[in-house]
Ligand binder design. Structure first.
Ligand code: BDR
Ligand code: CA
Length: 325
């Protein structure tokens, strides 16, 4: 399975990246960096260094736009100043491709027509720019999975605002453009929103299980993931969510590899761009009142144990291999 990842790495983006490399059935053909949790040059560095740490230095990384389509990059926080919490990733001397992330999307889609699985775990800026230069992208991709949005209504709400989720709220114009463009897709994109991803919680006990699977608590990959996630645990605790963390992006990556992992319902989704209180909100027309074509499948449920077992097994096995090599 050829997979292209676009991330704003980010602690849970790092988990997604490690997960994809750990999946034996996945050929990660490229990684794009988008500004989000931290600025794009930092995201690029994180992606390059993490790929080398995971033994995948051959995977090309492309830098995306420095800012969202219509405005400055807002300040993040939950992932720390480098995006990777307390982790110190050994620096690699690898550099990004000469072409940008939007071009990387288009080239990867053309190189694997009808076969490429796209995964976005950050703002949709790069993909929106790629769509501008290649409007056929939705039919060139096999499927697209996005961690973005909040589809649980007012009760569950958002994380960057009362009703908005971070990845969408950083660049609402890009998200709206992607949703409009993908109304033409062969398979509507799967949207993994907070209503889905917050059903899963990673705890320190999972790190004990990862270490047991790896056969070592102190290999390079586990050390980085544990140090990064300690910061993320603290951010969740400080937000009143307990000493645990939602691995949003890793779940989206896992659903991209194994679509049966989540249940989903087709609907029409749009993004609020002008609301004074609701900019960045994902609005769902569940019953076709707008009379517009379905443009998404919205992730509804996941069995957290199935996902977490798979995560521990795959990432723990990769970590063990790296620790003993
Ligand atoms: C999303 O926001 C980011 O901070 C995370 O990496 C994830 O992609 C969750 O809302
Ligand atoms: Ca992310």
């Amino acid at each position: 399975m050829s997979v292209f990842l676009d991330a704003d790495t980010g602690v849970d983006d790092a988990m997604a990246l490690a997960y994809l490399i750990a999946c034996p059935e996945v050929d990660l053909v490229g990684v794009a960096a988008t500004g989000g949790n931290v600025a794009v040059d930092r995201v690029c560095r994180n992606n390059l260094d993490l790929l080398r740490l995971c033994g995948a230095a051959h995977v090309p990384v492309s830098a995306g736009a420095e800012r969202p389509l219509a405005g400055p990059l807002p300040a993040g926080g939950a992932h720390g100043p480098t995006g990777l919490g307390y982790a110190v990733v050994p620096p690699s001397d690898a550099v990004a491709t000469a072409h940008d992330a939007a071009t990387a999307w288009v080239r990867a889609a053309h190189r694997h027509p009808g076969r490429l699985v796209g995964v976005v775990t950050g703002p949709l800026t790069n993909l929106a720019l790629a769509l501008r230069s290649e409007p056929a992208l939705p039919t060139l991709l096999r499927r697209l999975v996005v961690m973005g949005g909040a589809y649980g209504g007012a009760v569950e709400g958002g994380d960057s605002g009362p009703v908005s989720e971070w990845n969408i709220s950083v660049d609402p114009e890009a998200a709206a453009a992607v949703l409009a463009g993908f109304a033409e897709a062969t398979t509507p994109p799967l949207l993994c929103g907070l209503n889905l991803t917050t059903q899963v919680a990673l705890t320190p006990a999972h790190f004990a299980r990862l270490a047991a699977t790896a056969g070592s608590p102190d290999g390079p990959l586990l050390r980085v993931l544990a140090d990064a996630t300690r910061y993320y645990f603290e951010a969740h605790r400080d937000a009143g969510d307990g000493y645990r963390a939602h691995p949003h992006d890793a779940l989206a990556a896992a659903a991209a590899v194994d679509p049966g992992l989540v249940t989903a319902r087709a609907a029409t989704v749009d993004v609020e761009l002008t609301g004074t209180l609701t900019r960045g909100m994902t609005v769902v027309d569940w019953s076709g009142r707008w009379g517009r074509p379905v443009n998404a499948r919205i992730g509804l449920t996941v069995d957290p144990t199935v996902f977490l077992d798979r995560f521990v097994d795959r990432v723990g096995t990769l970590a063990g291999r790296l620790a003993h090599s």
